[in-house]
Write a protein that binds this ligand. Structure first.
Ligand code: IPD
Ligand code: CA
Ligand code: CA
Ligand code: CA
Length: 265
């Protein structure tokens, strides 16, 4: 397997897809809803996924593709080489703000992450990692993550999880929100993981993500010595939905021990 070539193609196609998305800003957007009124998809999400699929199928016919918008393959196991793609992560931001969204592309081999790319299209910032070779923001190598005390930490957390909801008792996260220096919510899981990788936030907690939301971010954060698990501290299931806890080293253990221990199985 020529991983250098796959990495170069993944980067080239991601930047090209980003250019197409930027061009789309001046055109009319077609917006539809999926499972609920706030679950949005646009023609650009769909066209971007198809853009990747056409290129991958032509260049690597033996590879499989898992994409959010369903143009790829239906997979029940991660055999061989699998591309995991979220064509636009943060569709609500894309629709409402024309910023704060990203393309997320990851390549896995037999379930093991090899290449992770998160492209902040509007800022032209490509976060990328090839396993064992470090992680980069464009051409700048990112330093390994360092430990931080919980009272000095800024964590990514959506306000939903400290209100009444069906996934977590809000009294579990409320004391953590009071303890940390601050919370942020950016509306793009991929960018929030890239922000942990660059130290802009120290951790990110969310209750339900799909593999395309975290596949690239997981590779990036792991490459820098950070930790990515479910809220129960288990490895993420790459074929299903998961709660996700991404953190700098050290902080992961402290938050798990002092706050998340109350979680029910
Ligand atoms: C969503 C974003 C959002 C997260 C949602 C995801 P999408 O992805 O990552 O931040 O809270 O759970 O579904 O639908 O915009 O690709
Ligand atoms: Ca979506
Ligand atoms: Ca997503
Ligand atoms: Ca998406």
């Amino acid at each position: 397997m020529n991983w250098t070539e796959i990495d170069e193609n993944a980067k080239k196609w991601t930047r090209e897809a980003g250019e197409r998305i930027r061009t789309s800003f001046s055109k009319e957007l077609m917006i539809h809803t999926k499972s609920s009124p706030d679950d949005l998809v646009t023609n650009i999400d769909q066209e971007t996924e198809q853009f990747f699929i056409e290129r991958i199928r032509k260049t690597y016919p033996e590879h499989q593709i898992l994409g959010e918008e369903g143009f790829g393959d239906e997979l029940d196991k991660l055999d061989g080489t699998v591309w995991i793609i979220d064509p636009i992560d943060g569709t609500m931001n894309f629709v409402h703000q024309q910023r704060n969204f990203a393309i997320s592309v990851a390549v896995y081999e037999y379930g093991v992450g090899k290449i992770g790319l998160i492209y902040d299209v509007v800022h032209d910032e490509l976060y990328h990692a090839k396993v064992g070779e470090g992680a980069y923001l464009n051409d700048t190598k990112l330093p390994q993550l360092e430990e931080v005390a919980v009272e000095k930490a800024v964590i990514g957390l959506n306000a939903t999880w400290i209100t009444e909801n069906k996934r977590i008792d809000p009294t579990i996260l409320a004391p953590l929100v009071r303890k940390v220096r601050g919370t942020r919510s950016y509306g793009s899981a991929a960018l929030e993981m890239a922000y942990v990788a660059t130290g802009r936030i120290d951790a990110y907690i969310t209750l339900r993500l799909s593999p395309w939301d975290f596949a690239a971010g997981l590779i990036l954060v792991n490459e820098l010595g950070g930790k990515v698990t479910t809220l129960h501290g288990e490895p993420l299931n790459m074929l299903g939905q998961n709660s996700v806890f991404v953190s700098k080293p050290g902080l992961h253990e402290v938050i798990s021990k002092d706050y998340l221990y109350k979680l029910k199985k």
